[in-house]
Design a protein around this ligand. Structure first.
Ligand SMILES: Nc1ncnc2c1ncn2[C@@H]1O[C@H](COP(=O)(O)OP(=O)(O)OP(=O)(O)O)[C@@H](O)[C@H]1O
Ligand SMILES: [Mg+2]
Length: 319
């Protein structure tokens, strides 16, 4: 069977810096998300798979074609929407897509342009200049442009970055629709909730290496524990506390796992108090992809979202 994407020890150096380190992955008939902190190697991976950057060592095939020796064949069966904008804002939406349809030698470029604009719900605004589009509309236009030659594999680098919640949801609805039509989609994102909700499998990449790989459900189940997050003042003094395991601190939020969270929580609160740690909030919840990410990659600079309540204990009901 030919897999949509298969990489074997794919590696890329920029001078001495190893941006992607022996990446071995198979992706087929799914929405696959590559998650990772800034600079972890996501875009470098996508650039190699789309033939825009040579690997230093290792190999990969896309639609069965070698990315180095059969780059032309790879390009014929993929589309790529880069992290930065890929449309000419001085053209109208229709002109932009039509240009791509012609570049790709699509049979009926005019009809196909109308078709993909309709799929992305842009027919009404097709004759307006792109510079008058909202961010979400531009992203949908880039998708329309990418779909014009009916690719088998679609690469999307941060497709929802900077969009509001409604626009992000709409983009994902379209991506899911493409998946249902049989397309393989390789996406990078920083948004854990989106990866959890919309992707079939995720790979968490850290310093160019895969740190965790599986479906969001599998990865969360692997933690197999309750998660307790505590908002504190200052740095957590990493002293062991009975019945919980320390995972890490991100901003003012410290994460622990526990076999039985509701039993461990009062004990943890008491222990922290006795050690003079000022606790502003404690939250017990089932593992999320954020927790998986924290465990796989370690704390990041951006703090996780949390309520502003001064002191509050929230016990989310287990599903
Ligand atoms: N052209 C380049 N020359 C030198 N170093 C580079 C180049 N492109 C990327 N890097 C470095 O390679 C590493 C991986 O970068 P990459 O852009 O792949 O990360 P990323 O995961 O896509 O990050 P982000 O989430 O910020 O988009 C980083 O340390 C980056 O600084
Ligand atoms: Mg990137």
């Amino acid at each position: 069977m030919t897999l949509a994407i298969e990489t074997t020890a794919l590696t890329r150096y920029y001078d001495d810096l190893c941006a992607v380190d022996h990446l071995s992955l198979s992706v087929n008939n799914e929405i696959f998300a590559l998650l990772g902190p800034n600079g972890s190697g996501k875009t470098t991976t996508v650039l190699m798979l789309t033939t825009l950057l040579h690997p230093t060592t290792g190999t990969a095939t896309v639609c069965g074609h070698n990315i180095t020796t059969e780059a032309g064949q790879v390009r014929n069966c993929i589309s790529y929407v880069p992290q930065d904008m890929a449309v000419d804002i001085r053209l109208t939406g229709r002109e932009n897509v039509h240009l791509f349809a012609k570049l790709y030698g699509v049979k009926n470029p005019k009809d196909r342009t109308d078709e993909v604009l309709a799929v992305m719900e842009l027919t009404d605004r097709a004759d307006d200049l792109i510079k008058t589009y909202s961010g979400g509309m531009r992203r949908r236009l880039e998708l329309a442009q990418a779909l014009v030659h009916e690719p088998e594999v679609l690469f999307l680098d941060e497709p929802t970055l900077g969009l509001d919640v409604a626009a992000r949801k709409k983009i994902w609805e379209h991506i899911r629709g493409l998946r249902q039509k049989g397309m393989t989609i390789f996406v990078t994102t920083h948004y854990m909730d989106e990866a959890d909700q919309f992707c079939d499998r995720v790979g968490i990449i850290s310093n160019g290496k895969i740190a965790a790989l599986g479906s969001p459900e599998e990865l969360k189940a692997r933690l197999m524990k309750d998660v307790i997050t505590v908002r504190i003042e200052g740095q957590y003094p990493d002293h062991p506390v009975d019945a919980v395991s320390y995972v890490g601190q991100s901003g003012d939020e410290v994460t622990f796992t526990a076999e039985n969270g509701s039993e461990a929580l009062p004990h943890l609160a008491k222990t922290l108090e006795s050690r003079g740690v000022r606790v502003h909030a404690i939250d017990l919840h089932e593992p999320t992809l954020d927790d998986v990410f924290l465990q796989a990659v370690g704390p990041q600079e951006e703090p996780h979202g949390f309520s502003d309540a001064k002191f509050r204990i929230m016990l989310r009901r287990r599903k």
